[in-house]
Design a protein around this ligand. Structure first.
Ligand code: FEO
Length: 398
Protein backbone atom coordinates (compact mmCIF):
# COMPACT_ATOMS: atom_id res chain seq x y z
CA UNK A 1 0.00 0.00 0.00
CA UNK A 2 1.35 3.42 -0.92
CA UNK A 3 2.11 6.08 1.69
CA UNK A 4 3.04 9.41 0.10
CA UNK A 5 2.78 13.11 0.95
CA UNK A 6 2.31 16.08 -1.35
CA UNK A 7 5.12 18.62 -1.10
CA UNK A 8 3.74 20.93 -3.81
CA UNK A 9 1.16 20.45 -6.56
CA UNK A 10 3.87 18.86 -8.72
CA UNK A 11 6.16 17.28 -6.16
CA UNK A 12 5.40 14.23 -4.01
CA UNK A 13 7.40 12.74 -1.17
CA UNK A 14 7.65 9.00 -1.83
CA UNK A 15 10.20 7.96 0.80
CA UNK A 16 9.97 5.45 3.63
CA UNK A 17 11.24 4.86 7.17
CA UNK A 18 13.11 1.98 8.77
CA UNK A 19 12.63 1.32 12.48
CA UNK A 20 14.23 -2.14 12.46
CA UNK A 21 17.73 -0.84 11.75
CA UNK A 22 19.85 -0.77 14.90
CA UNK A 23 22.99 0.84 13.46
CA UNK A 24 22.82 3.33 10.58
CA UNK A 25 25.91 2.98 8.37
CA UNK A 26 26.79 0.06 10.68
CA UNK A 27 27.93 2.61 13.26
CA UNK A 28 25.25 4.98 14.53
CA UNK A 29 22.41 3.85 16.80
CA UNK A 30 19.03 5.01 15.50
CA UNK A 31 16.62 4.15 18.33
CA UNK A 32 13.94 6.32 16.74
CA UNK A 33 14.48 4.94 13.24
CA UNK A 34 15.68 6.66 10.08
CA UNK A 35 13.88 7.95 7.01
CA UNK A 36 15.04 7.74 3.41
CA UNK A 37 13.49 10.53 1.39
CA UNK A 38 12.76 10.31 -2.30
CA UNK A 39 10.70 12.75 -4.34
CA UNK A 40 8.77 12.48 -7.59
CA UNK A 41 8.09 15.45 -9.86
CA UNK A 42 5.13 15.20 -12.22
CA UNK A 43 5.80 17.81 -14.89
CA UNK A 44 5.73 17.39 -18.69
CA UNK A 45 8.55 15.03 -17.86
CA UNK A 46 8.56 12.89 -14.73
CA UNK A 47 11.62 13.08 -12.49
CA UNK A 48 12.58 10.88 -9.57
CA UNK A 49 14.97 12.50 -7.12
CA UNK A 50 17.07 9.69 -5.61
CA UNK A 51 15.93 6.27 -4.49
CA UNK A 52 16.09 4.64 -1.04
CA UNK A 53 17.84 2.01 1.04
CA UNK A 54 17.12 -1.58 0.07
CA UNK A 55 15.46 -2.20 3.47
CA UNK A 56 12.48 -0.07 2.42
CA UNK A 57 12.43 -0.98 -1.28
CA UNK A 58 8.92 -2.50 -1.34
CA UNK A 59 7.27 0.54 0.25
CA UNK A 60 9.22 2.85 -2.04
CA UNK A 61 8.17 1.00 -5.19
CA UNK A 62 4.50 1.09 -4.09
CA UNK A 63 4.87 4.83 -3.52
CA UNK A 64 6.61 5.41 -6.85
CA UNK A 65 3.95 3.52 -8.82
CA UNK A 66 1.18 5.42 -7.05
CA UNK A 67 2.78 8.84 -7.53
CA UNK A 68 3.42 8.16 -11.21
CA UNK A 69 -0.21 7.24 -11.72
CA UNK A 70 0.57 5.08 -14.71
CA UNK A 71 3.01 7.51 -16.34
CA UNK A 72 6.45 6.40 -17.44
CA UNK A 73 9.56 7.69 -15.69
CA UNK A 74 11.74 10.03 -17.75
CA UNK A 75 14.61 10.95 -15.40
CA UNK A 76 16.24 9.80 -12.19
CA UNK A 77 18.38 12.50 -10.59
CA UNK A 78 21.08 10.86 -8.46
CA UNK A 79 22.36 13.45 -6.01
CA UNK A 80 24.38 11.01 -3.93
CA UNK A 81 25.50 7.45 -4.61
CA UNK A 82 25.78 6.20 -1.03
CA UNK A 83 23.65 3.03 -0.98
CA UNK A 84 21.18 4.38 1.58
CA UNK A 85 19.92 6.43 -1.38
CA UNK A 86 20.96 4.36 -4.37
CA UNK A 87 20.63 0.68 -3.44
CA UNK A 88 17.27 0.56 -5.23
CA UNK A 89 18.42 2.49 -8.31
CA UNK A 90 18.94 -0.76 -10.23
CA UNK A 91 15.36 -1.86 -9.47
CA UNK A 92 13.99 1.46 -10.77
CA UNK A 93 16.12 1.38 -13.93
CA UNK A 94 14.95 -2.16 -14.64
CA UNK A 95 11.31 -1.13 -14.15
CA UNK A 96 11.64 1.90 -16.42
CA UNK A 97 14.07 1.02 -19.20
CA UNK A 98 13.58 4.39 -20.92
CA UNK A 99 14.49 6.45 -17.82
CA UNK A 100 17.76 8.39 -18.04
CA UNK A 101 19.99 9.00 -15.03
CA UNK A 102 21.01 12.62 -14.44
CA UNK A 103 24.06 12.82 -12.21
CA UNK A 104 27.65 13.99 -11.74
CA UNK A 105 30.57 12.37 -13.54
CA UNK A 106 31.92 11.06 -10.22
CA UNK A 107 28.55 9.54 -9.33
CA UNK A 108 28.41 7.86 -12.72
CA UNK A 109 31.75 6.23 -11.94
CA UNK A 110 30.30 5.06 -8.63
CA UNK A 111 27.21 3.66 -10.38
CA UNK A 112 29.57 1.44 -12.35
CA UNK A 113 31.40 0.50 -9.14
CA UNK A 114 28.31 -0.30 -7.06
CA UNK A 115 26.16 -1.72 -9.87
CA UNK A 116 27.27 -1.93 -13.50
CA UNK A 117 28.25 0.65 -16.12
CA UNK A 118 25.19 2.35 -17.55
CA UNK A 119 25.03 2.62 -21.34
CA UNK A 120 25.94 6.19 -22.36
CA UNK A 121 22.45 6.85 -23.77
CA UNK A 122 20.99 6.27 -20.28
CA UNK A 123 23.17 8.86 -18.55
CA UNK A 124 23.19 12.63 -18.66
CA UNK A 125 26.26 13.94 -16.85
CA UNK A 126 25.77 17.35 -15.25
CA UNK A 127 28.14 19.74 -13.57
CA UNK A 128 27.61 22.91 -11.58
CA UNK A 129 25.55 25.44 -13.52
CA UNK A 130 24.05 22.91 -15.94
CA UNK A 131 20.26 22.85 -16.17
CA UNK A 132 17.51 20.34 -16.78
CA UNK A 133 14.20 21.51 -18.30
CA UNK A 134 11.22 19.33 -17.47
CA UNK A 135 8.38 21.50 -18.80
CA UNK A 136 7.18 24.01 -16.21
CA UNK A 137 10.26 23.46 -14.05
CA UNK A 138 13.93 24.23 -14.59
CA UNK A 139 16.55 22.62 -12.40
CA UNK A 140 20.12 23.84 -12.00
CA UNK A 141 22.84 21.77 -10.41
CA UNK A 142 25.25 22.70 -7.65
CA UNK A 143 28.40 20.78 -6.78
CA UNK A 144 28.54 19.82 -3.09
CA UNK A 145 31.70 17.71 -2.79
CA UNK A 146 32.16 15.97 0.58
CA UNK A 147 28.68 16.84 1.78
CA UNK A 148 28.89 13.96 2.31
CA UNK A 149 30.80 12.11 -0.45
CA UNK A 150 32.85 13.60 -3.30
CA UNK A 151 30.26 12.97 -6.04
CA UNK A 152 27.41 14.83 -4.34
CA UNK A 153 25.36 17.38 -6.25
CA UNK A 154 22.39 19.41 -5.12
CA UNK A 155 19.68 20.67 -7.44
CA UNK A 156 17.61 23.84 -7.38
CA UNK A 157 14.15 24.15 -8.89
CA UNK A 158 13.93 27.81 -9.87
CA UNK A 159 10.18 27.49 -10.60
CA UNK A 160 9.13 26.53 -7.06
CA UNK A 161 12.40 27.70 -5.40
CA UNK A 162 13.14 24.27 -3.93
CA UNK A 163 16.67 23.18 -3.04
CA UNK A 164 17.29 19.43 -2.98
CA UNK A 165 20.19 19.12 -0.56
CA UNK A 166 21.13 15.40 -0.48
CA UNK A 167 22.36 14.50 3.04
CA UNK A 168 22.59 18.13 4.18
CA UNK A 169 19.84 19.19 6.60
CA UNK A 170 18.98 15.56 7.33
CA UNK A 171 18.30 14.10 10.73
CA UNK A 172 18.21 10.76 12.49
CA UNK A 173 14.75 9.60 13.54
CA UNK A 174 11.71 8.58 11.53
CA UNK A 175 9.26 11.50 11.07
CA UNK A 176 6.23 9.36 12.06
CA UNK A 177 3.87 10.56 9.38
CA UNK A 178 5.14 14.12 9.31
CA UNK A 179 7.05 15.35 6.31
CA UNK A 180 7.48 19.07 7.07
CA UNK A 181 9.61 20.31 9.97
CA UNK A 182 6.79 22.68 10.94
CA UNK A 183 4.50 19.72 11.62
CA UNK A 184 6.59 18.84 14.69
CA UNK A 185 8.40 20.71 17.45
CA UNK A 186 11.67 20.42 15.56
CA UNK A 187 13.84 22.60 17.80
CA UNK A 188 12.40 20.98 20.94
CA UNK A 189 12.13 17.34 19.89
CA UNK A 190 14.44 16.80 16.90
CA UNK A 191 17.35 19.25 17.10
CA UNK A 192 19.52 16.89 19.18
CA UNK A 193 19.18 14.14 16.58
CA UNK A 194 19.76 16.62 13.74
CA UNK A 195 22.95 17.76 15.47
CA UNK A 196 24.07 14.16 16.07
CA UNK A 197 23.39 13.41 12.41
CA UNK A 198 25.28 16.48 11.17
CA UNK A 199 28.29 16.15 13.48
CA UNK A 200 28.83 12.46 12.83
CA UNK A 201 27.95 12.32 9.11
CA UNK A 202 29.46 15.54 7.75
CA UNK A 203 31.05 17.13 10.84
CA UNK A 204 34.53 16.51 9.49
CA UNK A 205 33.81 18.56 6.38
CA UNK A 206 33.02 21.98 7.85
CA UNK A 207 34.90 23.86 5.12
CA UNK A 208 32.96 22.08 2.39
CA UNK A 209 29.66 22.75 4.16
CA UNK A 210 30.60 26.42 4.42
CA UNK A 211 31.30 26.47 0.67
CA UNK A 212 27.84 25.06 -0.10
CA UNK A 213 26.15 27.44 2.34
CA UNK A 214 27.73 30.35 0.45
CA UNK A 215 26.29 29.00 -2.82
CA UNK A 216 22.87 28.52 -1.17
CA UNK A 217 22.94 32.09 0.14
CA UNK A 218 22.79 33.30 -3.46
CA UNK A 219 19.54 31.40 -4.08
CA UNK A 220 15.97 32.38 -3.25
CA UNK A 221 14.95 29.27 -1.28
CA UNK A 222 11.32 28.57 -0.36
CA UNK A 223 11.85 24.94 0.54
CA UNK A 224 14.66 22.52 1.42
CA UNK A 225 14.21 18.84 0.56
CA UNK A 226 16.88 16.64 2.19
CA UNK A 227 17.37 12.90 1.86
CA UNK A 228 16.70 12.15 5.55
CA UNK A 229 14.29 13.73 8.00
CA UNK A 230 12.06 16.73 7.38
CA UNK A 231 11.30 19.06 4.49
CA UNK A 232 11.78 22.72 5.43
CA UNK A 233 9.19 25.22 4.14
CA UNK A 234 9.28 27.67 7.07
CA UNK A 235 11.95 28.62 9.56
CA UNK A 236 14.58 27.78 6.95
CA UNK A 237 16.91 30.44 8.36
CA UNK A 238 16.92 28.67 11.75
CA UNK A 239 18.31 25.38 10.42
CA UNK A 240 20.73 27.18 8.09
CA UNK A 241 21.98 29.16 11.12
CA UNK A 242 22.64 25.90 12.98
CA UNK A 243 24.54 24.48 9.99
CA UNK A 244 26.56 27.67 9.79
CA UNK A 245 27.52 27.41 13.49
CA UNK A 246 28.30 23.69 13.36
CA UNK A 247 30.36 23.92 10.17
CA UNK A 248 32.44 26.75 11.62
CA UNK A 249 32.93 24.68 14.81
CA UNK A 250 31.52 27.62 16.75
CA UNK A 251 30.16 27.16 20.25
CA UNK A 252 26.41 26.62 20.14
CA UNK A 253 25.96 26.81 23.91
CA UNK A 254 28.19 27.88 26.77
CA UNK A 255 28.60 24.95 29.10
CA UNK A 256 30.71 21.93 29.95
CA UNK A 257 30.56 18.42 28.56
CA UNK A 258 32.12 15.97 31.00
CA UNK A 259 33.01 12.69 29.33
CA UNK A 260 34.44 10.09 31.66
CA UNK A 261 35.31 6.43 31.93
CA UNK A 262 35.68 4.76 35.30
CA UNK A 263 36.49 1.13 36.01
CA UNK A 264 35.71 1.09 39.75
CA UNK A 265 33.94 4.42 40.25
CA UNK A 266 36.79 6.57 41.57
CA UNK A 267 37.28 8.53 38.33
CA UNK A 268 33.52 8.97 38.12
CA UNK A 269 33.55 10.44 41.65
CA UNK A 270 36.11 13.03 40.55
CA UNK A 271 34.01 13.82 37.47
CA UNK A 272 30.88 14.18 39.61
CA UNK A 273 32.73 16.55 41.96
CA UNK A 274 33.85 18.63 38.96
CA UNK A 275 30.22 18.76 37.76
CA UNK A 276 28.98 19.85 41.21
CA UNK A 277 31.61 22.57 41.47
CA UNK A 278 30.67 23.89 38.01
CA UNK A 279 26.96 23.83 38.87
CA UNK A 280 27.70 25.83 42.03
CA UNK A 281 29.15 28.48 39.74
CA UNK A 282 25.95 28.48 37.67
CA UNK A 283 27.47 26.65 34.71
CA UNK A 284 25.50 24.22 32.50
CA UNK A 285 26.93 20.68 32.66
CA UNK A 286 26.15 17.52 30.75
CA UNK A 287 27.85 14.21 31.61
CA UNK A 288 28.37 10.92 29.81
CA UNK A 289 30.04 7.66 30.72
CA UNK A 290 31.91 6.94 27.49
CA UNK A 291 31.92 3.22 28.29
CA UNK A 292 28.13 3.22 28.15
CA UNK A 293 26.96 5.99 25.81
CA UNK A 294 27.61 5.59 22.09
CA UNK A 295 30.37 7.88 20.89
CA UNK A 296 28.10 9.58 18.34
CA UNK A 297 26.05 11.20 21.12
CA UNK A 298 29.17 12.50 22.89
CA UNK A 299 30.68 13.82 19.63
CA UNK A 300 27.50 15.83 19.07
CA UNK A 301 27.63 17.27 22.60
CA UNK A 302 31.29 18.17 22.07
CA UNK A 303 30.26 20.22 19.02
CA UNK A 304 27.51 21.87 21.08
CA UNK A 305 29.32 23.02 24.23
CA UNK A 306 32.17 25.45 24.74
CA UNK A 307 34.21 23.37 27.21
CA UNK A 308 34.97 19.68 27.64
CA UNK A 309 36.43 17.79 30.60
CA UNK A 310 37.85 14.35 29.90
CA UNK A 311 38.19 12.15 32.99
CA UNK A 312 39.71 8.73 32.52
CA UNK A 313 41.99 6.05 33.79
CA UNK A 314 45.36 4.89 32.60
CA UNK A 315 45.10 1.40 31.12
CA UNK A 316 47.85 -0.81 29.70
CA UNK A 317 50.07 2.25 30.04
CA UNK A 318 47.71 4.07 27.67
CA UNK A 319 44.33 5.74 27.71
CA UNK A 320 41.39 3.57 28.78
CA UNK A 321 40.09 2.03 25.58
CA UNK A 322 36.62 3.59 25.53
CA UNK A 323 38.07 7.06 26.16
CA UNK A 324 40.72 6.48 23.51
CA UNK A 325 37.95 5.53 21.03
CA UNK A 326 36.07 8.72 21.88
CA UNK A 327 39.18 10.88 21.40
CA UNK A 328 39.94 9.20 18.05
CA UNK A 329 36.37 9.81 16.94
CA UNK A 330 36.48 13.45 18.02
CA UNK A 331 39.77 14.03 16.17
CA UNK A 332 38.31 12.30 13.08
CA UNK A 333 35.39 14.74 13.16
CA UNK A 334 37.59 17.83 13.36
CA UNK A 335 37.10 18.51 17.07
CA UNK A 336 38.28 22.11 17.38
CA UNK A 337 37.82 25.53 18.98
CA UNK A 338 37.31 24.22 22.53
CA UNK A 339 38.83 24.60 25.98
CA UNK A 340 39.61 21.26 27.59
CA UNK A 341 40.26 20.13 31.16
CA UNK A 342 41.77 16.74 32.02
CA UNK A 343 41.29 14.49 35.03
CA UNK A 344 43.53 11.41 34.87
CA UNK A 345 43.72 8.40 37.14
CA UNK A 346 46.50 5.84 37.49
CA UNK A 347 47.20 3.67 40.52
CA UNK A 348 50.93 3.29 39.86
CA UNK A 349 51.91 5.16 36.67
CA UNK A 350 49.32 7.76 35.56
CA UNK A 351 49.91 8.48 31.87
CA UNK A 352 46.47 9.17 30.40
CA UNK A 353 46.74 12.97 30.74
CA UNK A 354 49.96 13.23 28.78
CA UNK A 355 48.57 10.91 26.08
CA UNK A 356 45.30 12.86 25.82
CA UNK A 357 47.31 16.06 25.36
CA UNK A 358 49.24 14.39 22.55
CA UNK A 359 46.02 13.27 20.82
CA UNK A 360 44.45 16.70 21.17
CA UNK A 361 47.65 18.18 19.75
CA UNK A 362 46.43 16.89 16.36
CA UNK A 363 43.26 18.98 16.68
CA UNK A 364 42.93 22.65 15.71
CA UNK A 365 42.47 25.46 18.24
CA UNK A 366 42.17 23.30 21.34
CA UNK A 367 43.30 24.95 24.56
CA UNK A 368 44.15 22.38 27.24
CA UNK A 369 44.06 23.90 30.72
CA UNK A 370 47.30 23.62 32.71
CA UNK A 371 45.30 22.73 35.79
CA UNK A 372 45.27 18.95 35.32
CA UNK A 373 43.96 16.72 38.10
CA UNK A 374 46.02 13.57 38.66
CA UNK A 375 44.42 10.95 40.91
CA UNK A 376 46.23 7.94 42.28
CA UNK A 377 43.43 5.37 42.65
CA UNK A 378 40.98 7.69 44.39
CA UNK A 379 40.65 11.43 44.81
CA UNK A 380 42.28 12.90 47.94
CA UNK A 381 41.65 16.27 49.62
CA UNK A 382 44.89 17.67 48.14
CA UNK A 383 43.62 16.86 44.62
CA UNK A 384 40.55 19.00 45.21
CA UNK A 385 42.57 22.22 45.13
CA UNK A 386 43.59 21.45 41.53
CA UNK A 387 40.00 20.64 40.64
CA UNK A 388 38.96 23.97 42.17
CA UNK A 389 41.56 25.73 40.06
CA UNK A 390 40.39 23.95 36.88
CA UNK A 391 36.70 24.65 37.43
CA UNK A 392 37.54 28.21 38.50
CA UNK A 393 39.40 28.76 35.23
CA UNK A 394 36.42 27.46 33.24
CA UNK A 395 34.09 29.76 35.19
CA UNK A 396 36.33 32.74 34.40
CA UNK A 397 36.07 31.93 30.68
CA UNK A 398 32.27 31.67 30.70
FE1 FEO B 1 22.38 9.44 3.60
FE2 FEO B 1 25.67 9.94 2.76
O1 FEO B 1 24.01 9.09 2.72
Amino acid sequence: MHCTRKITDDLTWIGASDRKLSLFEAVYPVPKGISYNSYLLNDEKTVLFDTVDKAVCDQFIDNLRFALGGRKLDYVVVHHMEPDHSATLGVVLAMFPEAAVVTSAKANTMIAQFMYPLPPERVRIVKEGDTLETGKHTFSFIAAPMVHWPEVIMSYDSTDRILFTADAFGTFGAPNGAVFADEVDFMGDHLDEARRYYCNIVGKYGAQVQAVLKKAAALDIAMICPLHGFVWRSGIDSIIAKYDLWSRYETEEKGVLIAYTSVYGNTQSAAELAAAKLREKGITVTMYDASVTHTSYIVAEAFRFSHVIFATTTYNNGIFIKMEELLHDLAAHNFSRKTVGIIENGSWAPAAGKLIRAMLGQCKDITVLDEQVTIKSAMKPEDEAVLDAMTGKIAEEM
